[in-house]
Design a protein around this ligand. Structure first.
Ligand code: ZN
Length: 499
């Protein structure tokens, strides 16, 4: 399109402009003082389908890319000047020639941060030369965010709760409510017993709370002013679910009973998610587990339509010998997912530390059959790139614990196939919403043909969420934002796939 420049001339430009939508402090104060901060207020306006209020937002641009290859600038500085000439509001630009200059500049911006017209949380440091190949990556290598120190608040730790995920017990600090980045926070994960002990937190002590990425609260340090009123944090000794004595390995507190109800259900749900059995929803898995019919992964594969029917139809319909389409669909889904790569197979067993991508590393290191994986020693696993000693220990223990069922599943029920080698090896994709150029099944086929795998939900180990509505407030988009997972469009997906 011809773009009218401020000086009255026009240039031909076909391509994209990238920027961030912000709300200035003055607009926030004048119109949206009921909203906690500019970010929340801007988000609210962005989600409106009717566009009302969008004139109160500002677009600050920082990137441009001509899709026909005719870039009207030759480096990052010219790019910003060009955007400015085209009439866009641009980010301030500073050319630095040494690392210390960058550090000094950051310090000077931090000093004036509170007086700026809009909120910023850091700088982006880029190489001056433009490298399109790098820019095309979902996470470019040649530009990094250099964030400011976070906003802090001081509170008092009142108690520690233990959240149970599978067999693992995670300490969660509960402190007096404090205001951070405009929202109140009261809880923060302490990760594991070792982290908790290293922080030196005690009940009744003061804690400094920050928000990581301005979203997830974290306790930064503990302050002991009046140790007379402080008390040690009790660590649970018995599993709440099955009563077994918990194992405290420092980096992990967990229930060692592999028949513990919570662990089994967690494993069943994980299997369904990793292997991607559609139509077998969480509540159905829970109901099957509670009924006692499904107590291990193998049990899924012996289910019949008749057994599932009562979960879909009432007694009257069953008496009338009605068929349940839902039950049939579930059985079909289960049967359609019996061929899988070794990484998917092993990741489905919910062994802490062995997700698809870490299993991929073991496979790449030569442990490429189930037998080889099961006979791997802790020392061998620790020697694999990306496997720290702790992870190697947990991995080998977990494999041992599940060896019997793995072997039994792999001898008849499940066929382990060599993963396609390719661009998407070890990558996972989740598609949501409608695609324009193809059906979802075809897109998923592309992923698999390049060695990747597809997921029907957003979990923290997902590589990409693909949607043409990247700004929608859907729960998948929100989850992706929460986990920091890149959200890409269909077009970006195709370009990643080299199509
Ligand atoms: Zn237990």
């Amino acid at each position: 399109l011809p773009v009218l420049l401020c000086d009255g001339k026009t240039v031909d430009y076909t391509g994209g402009i990238r920027g961030e939508v912000i709300m200035t402090h003055s607009v926030h104060k004048k119109f949206f003082s009921d909203k906690a901060n500019c970010r929340n207020a801007a988000n609210g306006l962005m989600k409106r389908k009717d566009g009302e209020g969008c004139e109160k937002l500002t677009l600050i641009t920082y990137d441009a890319f001509a899709s026909d290859g005719k870039q009207p600038f030759s480096d990052e500085e010219e790019k910003i000047l060009w955007l400015n000439r085209c009439g866009f509001t641009v980010v301030p630009l500073k050319i630095c020639t040494a690392p210390q200059e960058v550090i000094d500049y950051r310090a000077s911006v931090m000093d004036i941060r509170k007086t700026l017209e809009y909120d910023i949380d850091g700088l982006v440091v880029k190489e001056r030369t433009i490298r399109y190949e790098d820019a095309a990556r979902a996470r470019p290598d040649r530009q990094i965010a250099f964030k400011f120190s976070l906003e802090e608040a001081v509170s008092v730790l009142r108690k520690v709760e233990w959240s149970i995920n599978g067999g693992t017990y995670t300490p969660v600090a509960v402190f007096d409510e404090v205001l951070l980045n405009g929202t109140t926070v009261q809880r923060a994960s302490l990760a594991n017993p070792d982290t908790m002990r290293a922080l030196g937190v005690k009940i009744g002590c003061k804690v400094v709370v920050v928000k990581r990425g301005e979203i997830i609260p974290k306790i930064e340090t503990a302050i002991h002013e009046n140790s007379g009123t402080e008390s040690e944090i009790p660590v649970p000794e018995k599993c709440e679910v099955c009563g077994s004595a918990l194992s405290d390995e420092g980096s992990r507190l967990f229930c060692p009973n592999k028949n513990c109800g919570k662990r089994i259900l967690h494993q069943l749900l994980k299997w369904v998610n990793v292997v991607d059995i559609r139509d077998l929803g969480e509540s159905l898995v829970e109901a099957l587990f509670k009924s006692g019919r499904v107590r291990c992964i193998s049990d899924f594969y012996t289910l019949t339509t008749a057994e599932l029917t009562p979960f879909f139809l009432n007694e009257e319909s069953i008496a009338a010998e009605k068929k349940s389409l839902g039950a049939e669909k579930v059985i079909k889904s289960i049967k359609s997912r019996v061929n899988m790569s070794l990484s998917v197979f092993v990741a489905g067993f919910d062994i802490e530390g062995i997700g698809e991508s870490s299993c991929e590393k073991l496979v790449a290191a030569g442990y490429d059959t189930l037998d080889k994986l099961l006979s791997m020693t802790e020392e061998q696993a620790a020697a694999v790139y990306g496997f720290a000693d702790i992870m190697a220990h947990i991995a080998v223990e977990g494999l041992k614990e599940n060896a019997e069922e793995m072997k039994s599943l792999a001898s008849g029920t499940i066929t382990i196939i060599a993963a396609a080698e390719g661009l998407f090896s070890g990558k996972t994709f989740c598609f949501t919403g409608e695609l324009v150029s193809m059906k979802r099944a075809d897109a998923e086929q592309i992923v698999r043909s390049l060695g990747g795998s597809c997921k029907s939900s957003v979990t923290k180990d997902l590589s990409y969420l693909v949607t043409n509505d990247t700004e929608s407030g859907s729960s998948k988009n929100k989850k992706a934002a929460q986990f920091g997972i890149p959200v890409i469009t269909e077009k970006e997906f195709l370009s990643l796939a080299g199509k």
